[in-house]
Design a protein around this ligand. Structure first.
Ligand SMILES: [Zn+2]
Length: 249
């Protein structure tokens, strides 16, 4: 038997067998944790919408044995972010962002600054007129740096050239300069100085300054798409490495 108290952001949930739900919480010290919420499918009264993503919760957990899963016994809302999901524009950008956090901060590994960054971003989304896309792009750029998967705009992956006005991302090959394009491929995405400038701004500016910068929507959409491709490329590689290490073990 064990108890503990932990604060976390609800990243998502899924129905589990019988009437329970599995809740994915992002925590500061232990990455994304999977917690069982007993009777959550039927008992709207007990939880009263409090388990909706991306609420920030203070929870009390218990488990009966050392290796069994932690189960929710009490919870209170620290910050109710779930109302953000009522806005279609916020919801569209937040779902992939929350699921990405589940992938890059595995259970048992501290999420470090990533935890605080997500909370700060959600607060700004809730309390200011800054568009969700700008906030999500900033979170993606900074998280990529923390995870060590940031795109390197300083040189071409193929020829090492350091100067290019136009770049192309080809999955599995990294960023290519304009001279190294060898025929378009449907999976390429191409972008120029505007995306690169946006990327560089987001990687160094504080939240307070981000509120004042202006990029056009197309630039922000392209940056978002570039960052997600980078994450998924690296996540696929680490997943492959994991499978290989499993097969050798
Ligand atoms: Zn090149």
């Amino acid at each position: 038997m064990g108890y503990r108290e932990i604060e976390g952001i609800v990243l998502g949930r899924r129905e589990s067998f019988d009437t329970d739900q599995e809740i994915y919480l992002l925590t500061r010290r232990e990455g994304s944790m999977q917690v069982r919420a007993p009777h959550a499918q039927a008992s709207q009264k007990t939880y009263c919408g409090r388990l909706e993503p991306p609420n920030l919760l203070q929870t009390r957990l218990y488990r009966s044995r050392r290796n069994s899963r932690w189960t929710l016994s009490q919870l209170e809302i620290v910050t109710p972010f779930a109302s953000l999901m009522e806005h279609p524009e916020c919801r569209r950008h937040l779902w992939p962002l929350l699921s990405l956090h589940r992938d890059i901060f595995p259970e048992g590994e501290a999420s470090g600054p990533g935890y605080r960054r997500l909370i700060e971003g959600l607060k700004i989304m809730q309390n200011s007129s800054v568009g969700p896309l700008l906030i999500v792009d900033r979170i993606l750029v900074q998280t990529a740096r923390q995870a060590g998967v940031e795109p390197d705009f300083s040189r071409c992956f193929f020829c090492d050239s350091q100067r290019s006005r136009l770049w192309r991302l080809r999955p599995g090959r990294g960023l290519l300069c304009e001279r190294c394009f060898d025929g378009a491929s449907a999976s390429d995405i191409q972008f120029g100085d505007a995306v690169r400038a946006a990327y560089e701004s987001f990687s160094s500016l504080a939240w307070e300054e981000v509120k004042n910068i202006r990029f056009n929507r197309k630039t922000l959409v392209n940056l978002e798409s570039l960052m997600y491709r980078f994450f998924h490329y690296h996540l696929d590689i680490s997943l492959d490495a994991y499978r290989v290490s499993k097969s050798l073990a």
